[in-house]
Design a protein around this ligand. Structure first.
Ligand SMILES: *[C@@H]1O[C@H](CO)[C@@H](O)[C@H](O)[C@H]1NC(C)=O
Ligand SMILES: *[C@@H]1O[C@H](CO)[C@@H](O)[C@H](O)[C@H]1NC(C)=O
Ligand SMILES: *[C@@H]1O[C@H](CO)[C@@H](O)[C@H](O)[C@H]1NC(C)=O
Ligand SMILES: *[C@@H]1O[C@H](CO)[C@@H](O)[C@H](O)[C@H]1NC(C)=O
Ligand SMILES: *[C@@H]1O[C@H](CO)[C@@H](O)[C@H](O)[C@H]1NC(C)=O
Ligand SMILES: *[C@@H]1O[C@H](CO)[C@@H](O)[C@H](O)[C@H]1NC(C)=O
Ligand SMILES: *[C@@H]1O[C@H](CO)[C@@H](O)[C@H](O)[C@H]1NC(C)=O
Ligand SMILES: *[C@@H]1O[C@H](CO)[C@@H](O)[C@H](O)[C@H]1NC(C)=O
Length: 565
């Protein structure tokens, strides 16, 4: 409970009760805090119903933070609050079902986050005309419906970050969105958007992250994508896009994530992906219509952690150089990737499909390592050079103590042949091994983790395998390698490893560790990312909008700056 003596503190400017387990009422205490500038009651169990009178004394209020509380609002649609707010953060606060009409009066607003606020409404046009200082709008995780209107670019042309994800928006992406010339983060995923990706998106030269996953967009990737030289993250997963990847895309040299799975893209996998997109860490091209061979150039991607080419029409052999994905070593330093400096806490998140389920990674993204080539037409043996990849596996960095690691190896549904290497047993974290529907032959290796994960299903589609756990005996020493000498000699160790295609190693889930200790670390990295953002932003915008950035910085500090304390 909040002590009633709070009332006496009439010259209080900042009141921060966030992240406690306070319950009951906060209301009685607020009315007389007439100097209050910043009110943060986020993450408590207050269950007040706020009405107009409760706010009537708060004339100087600038920052209102009420995320994750049980409070609700009962104010009339014509209410004119006594304050002009700069920042509003009400994430998971029950504001719906109507869009709060009183926001219409908040024409100095810089920052608005109403995600998960239980609103089922259309996005009011006034929002896009509210304030030229607005740099962040998030309305994600609500039930906004209808289309995004053309007024979107009208007065909000200084937006740095826009999130309308996880709503029920339909219609097309309005061309006026391209007027937001400083836009760095655009999140429209998980809606019902249709028609084509507008060519004019190429005007958004500061764009760093664009997420259009899970919509119904059609047509091709516009050639103008090549103008987005700062683009680091492009998610187009699960749309109805088609055609070949435009060669102009090779100019997006900063791409870290290219997520094009579950579309109708066709043609060869271009060589330039490997040659030009040298920052790529996460490449998803699964479930498309790509054909041709695996370009050896992919192995030039020295930071690659995820390569998912499953369910295409790729043929030929696995290039020998595929052992050169050195990033699979997981010696990464950071735990997460934030675009445009955490202004929105805009975390990169990827979804990895493994073991028939979806695993989402964001805060532990750098620990994900995953290669999936299943469901293609690959043939031949697994090349010797794959060894390099596995040579690195031994080095598990110290900083992942406490994390449970999960590796899975999925080579199913190809035409690969030859023996299954004994060296698989050295992958002590292996959780899943799926080699079905190839033409592997000979003795099934045993040992370590393998005994627990290999079951008879390994023989599905591999009729020439023998030995336990299958019932058929192997002909004496027929195809198996001499596993004794392997243990003794480095050289042959490598040779055994060569047969290994490491498909998926997903370093996964944080258990208690991050919950308890991780928060501190995260907060530190937030802060670093945050200051970095302002450094970057100054570079970008200084000449034109230096003053704007200063305001923005202040707002940001007020909104999230003391979350660390
Ligand atoms: C809210 O606070 C509780 C207790 O301090 C904490 O365990 C929980 O993680 C917090 N939730 C959020 C969303 O910050
Ligand atoms: C607040 O929480 C305390 C401890 O859980 C409980 O005893 C008290 O009844 C709660 N008060 C209200 C108003 O819910
Ligand atoms: C909302 O306010 C109106 C008038 O002030 C009142 O009649 C109504 O009971 C209130 N509703 C709730 C849920 O508090
Ligand atoms: C969301 O709003 C509806 C009324 O529109 C209400 O019935 C429901 O309880 C709210 N959900 C949450 C989680 O607050
Ligand atoms: C693999 O990487 C090593 C060292 O980085 C390099 O010397 C070698 O040429 C590469 N092999 C291929 C096939 O690219
Ligand atoms: C292995 O792959 C085959 C073919 O895709 C599938 O039917 C089977 O369920 C998979 N096994 C496991 C354990 O995931
Ligand atoms: C599968 O491998 C066996 C020998 O291990 C070979 O005789 C057979 O031709 C292969 N089948 C196909 C379809 O490649
Ligand atoms: C099969 O190999 C094992 C181990 O290498 C060896 O001990 C055994 O004598 C071999 N059997 C035959 C029939 O060659």
């Amino acid at each position: 409970m909040v002590p009633s003596s709070l009332k006496g503190l009439s010259s209080l400017e900042k009141l921060d009760l966030s992240h406690n387990e306070l319950n009951g009422s906060i209301l009685g205490s607020l009315g007389q805090l007439s100097d209050l500038v910043r009110l943060d009651v986020s993450n408590n169990s207050f269950n007040d119903v706020f009405s107009e009178t409760h706010f009537s004394g708060l004339k100087k209020l600038k920052y209102l933070l009420m995320s994750s509380t049980l409070v609700s609002f009962n104010v009339s649609s014509s209410w004119v609050p006594p304050f002009k707010l700069l920042g509003i953060k009400m994430i998971k606060c029950n504001l719906g079902p109507k869009f709060p009409a009183w926001l219409r009066t908040q024409n100095e607003l810089h920052y608005l986050s109403l995600s998960g606020a239980n609103i089922s409404d259309t996005i009011p046009d006034f929002l896009w005309k509210l304030s030229p200082n607005m740099y962040h709008i998030s309305l994600s995780n609500n039930s906004f419906s209808c289309s995004i209107t053309r007024s979107i670019g009208e007065k909000t042309s200084n937006l740095v970050s826009l999130s309308l994800s996880s709503n029920r928006l339909n219609g097309s992406i309005p061309l006026s969105l391209c007027k937001m010339k400083y836009l760095a983060n655009l999140y429209l995923q998980d809606n019902h958007l249709t028609s084509e990706i507008p060519q004019c998106l190429g005007d958004l030269q500061f764009l760093e992250a664009m997420d259009l996953r899970n919509n119904s967009l059609s047509g091709v990737i516009p050639t103008s994508i090549g103008h987005l030289s700062r683009l680091q993250s492009l998610h187009l997963y699960k749309n109805k896009l088609s055609g070949e990847l435009p060669p102009t895309m090779k100019s997006c040299e900063g791409l870290v994530t290219l997520d094009l799975g579950e579309n109708g893209f066709s043609g060869n996998i271009p060589n330039w992906i490997g040659e030009e997109l040298s920052s790529l860490k996460f490449l998803f091209l699964q479930s498309n219509k790509f054909d041709g061979n695996l370009p050896p150039q992919l192995s030039l991607l020295s930071d690659l952690q995820v390569l998912d080419l499953a369910q295409n029409n790729i043929s030929g052999t696995i290039p020998t150089c595929f052992g050169n994905f050195t990033a699979m070593a997981i010696n990464n330093k950071t735990n997460k990737i934030i675009y445009s400096g955490g202004i929105t806490d805009a975390l990169e998140s990827i979804v990895v499909y493994s073991k028939g389920s979806q695993l989402k990674y964001s805060t532990t993204i750098s620990l994900v390592v995953h290669i999936n080539l299943s469901g293609n037409n690959l043939c031949g043996e697994i090349p010797q050079e794959i060894t390099h990849l596995f040579g690195l596996l031994g080095k598990i960095p110290e900083n992942i103590n406490g994390l449970r690691q999960m590796e899975s190896l999925d080579l199913s549904c190809n035409r690969l042949s030859g023996a299954i290497p004994d060296s698989l047993s050295q992958l002590t974290f292996l959780d899943l091994l799926n080699l079905s529907y190839n033409n592997f032959s000979g003795r099934i290796p045993r040992g370590n983790q393998l005994d627990t994960i290999i079951d008879a299903s390994i023989s599905w589609g591999n009729p020439f395998l023998c030995g336990p756990p299958l019932l058929n005996q192997c002909p004496e020493n027929e195809t198996s390698h001499d596993s004794q000498s392997v243990v003794d000699q480095e050289e042959s160790n490598d040779e055994l490893l060569m047969h290994l295609l490491y498909i998926s190693m997903v370093f996964g889930f944080i258990v208690g560790f991050w919950v308890v200790c991780g928060i501190l670390i995260f907060i530190r990295s937030w802060r670093i990312a945050y200051y970095q953002f302002f450094d970057d932003m100054r570079d970008l915008l200084y000449v034109k909008v230096a003053r704007y950035v200063a305001i923005l910085q202040k707002t940001k500090i007020e909104l999230v700056g003391n979350e660390g304390q």
